[in-house]
Design a protein around this ligand. Structure first.
Ligand code: GDP
Length: 294
């Protein structure tokens, strides 16, 4: 919580300064609207929040801005609540988790952190290096595998769908609990690469009829509304089941989670609050709202 609070300071401070005055008037709501938009909350979520807040203020008969701030924290927590869900591991053996995202979002780092998280929860993990384009990506994943002493299926320059197929098959044969498939970074506008992702997903299903059980998108919390566009586009192509939102340890655009909750409420399974392996947290709506506005 302390780390998240520090990370969201840049987002929160411009919003909380709105409440330093003494009056609840139109100017306060206008300033708040600007601050929420600046924090990349987006027009729809900002409107919804302000509407809900005004109702709460009226109901509570609040008379000072500090009380309005507390009511905003409640409204935000309620808006974010649908995003708070836990990833389900254990219903299938192995649980196959496919991970996608644009380059630099923090995908490989998040897979490394997730590997550690799962290993800490006594899960046998197998990594699949389905980013066959970049040798560096394979190496980076290999480092995470070594660090966590988990097996990895990797093939230089191979076909990413074939690597994924082999990994799922190996995961079943070796009795693994989780197969984590890392895919190469790509932009939603790169249609042939998006089709390749769809092929990877189809081939995973060929290896195991019920897989993939989770399709996760890693988004950079620092990219604000852009991240929301990515969620929409990747969801359309793949049918996402969950999100990992990274880099919430220093963002001015933390409002994007409200925008996601309003427009594309896909569960946020984890948030990234730093570069280290322990800097992965499960998402808690109330804690997030408090960290932002506390
Ligand atoms: P990929 O291209 O999506 O696989 O991205 P990487 O996993 O290589 O990460 C890109 C950069 O973001 C690296 O420098 C990571 O250390 C950094 N990064 C990833 N997650 C976080 C996070 O939660 N917080 C911070 N501050 N940096 C992160």
């Amino acid at each position: 919580m302390a780390r998240l609070k520090a990370g969201l300071r840049k987002t929160g401070s411009s919003i909380t300064t709105v409440f330093t005055g003494t009056k609840i008037d139109d100017a306060l709501y206008e300033e708040l609207e600007d601050a929420l938009l600046m924090a990349d909350t987006g027009v729809k979520a900002t409107e919804a929040l302000l509407h809900d807040l005004k109702r709460r203020v009226k109901e509570a008969k609040a008379t000072d801005p500090a009380a309005v701030k507390a009511l905003l924290a409640e409204a935000l927590a309620d808006l974010l609540q649908p995003l708070e869900k836990s990833i389900v591991i254990g219903a299938h053996q192995p649980t196959v988790i496919m991970v996608a995202g644009v380059n630099g979002a923090g995908k490989t780092t998040s897979i490394g952190k997730l590997t550690k998280y799962l290993a800490d929860h006594d899960q046998q993990v197998l990594l699949a290096a389905a980013d066959t384009f970049r040798a560096a990506a394979r190496e980076q994943l290999g480092v995470w595998a070594t660090r966590n002493t988990v097996e990895i299926v990797s093939q230089e320059g191979g076909d990413p769908a074939a690597v994924s197929f082999d990994a799922v098959t190996a995961g079943k044969a070796r009795g693994k609990d989780v197969v984590l498939v890392d895919t190469a970074g790509r932009l939603p506008t790169q249609l042939h690469l998006m089709q390749e992702l769809q092929k990877i997903k189809r081939v995973i299903t060929k290896a195991d009829g019920s897989a993939p059980h989770e399709v996760l998108l890693v988004i950079d919390g620092n990219t604000g509304q852009n991240a929301l566009h990515q969620v929409k586009a990747f969801d359309e192509a793949l049918g996402l089941t969950g999100l990992i939102v990274t880099k919430l340890d220093g963002t001015a655009k933390g409002g994007v989670l409200a925008a996601i909750a309003q427009e594309k409420p896909i569960p946020v399974y984890f948030i990234g609050v730093g570069e280290q392996v322990q800097d992965l947290q499960t998402f808690n709506a109330r804690e997030f709202a408090q960290a932002l506005l506390g």
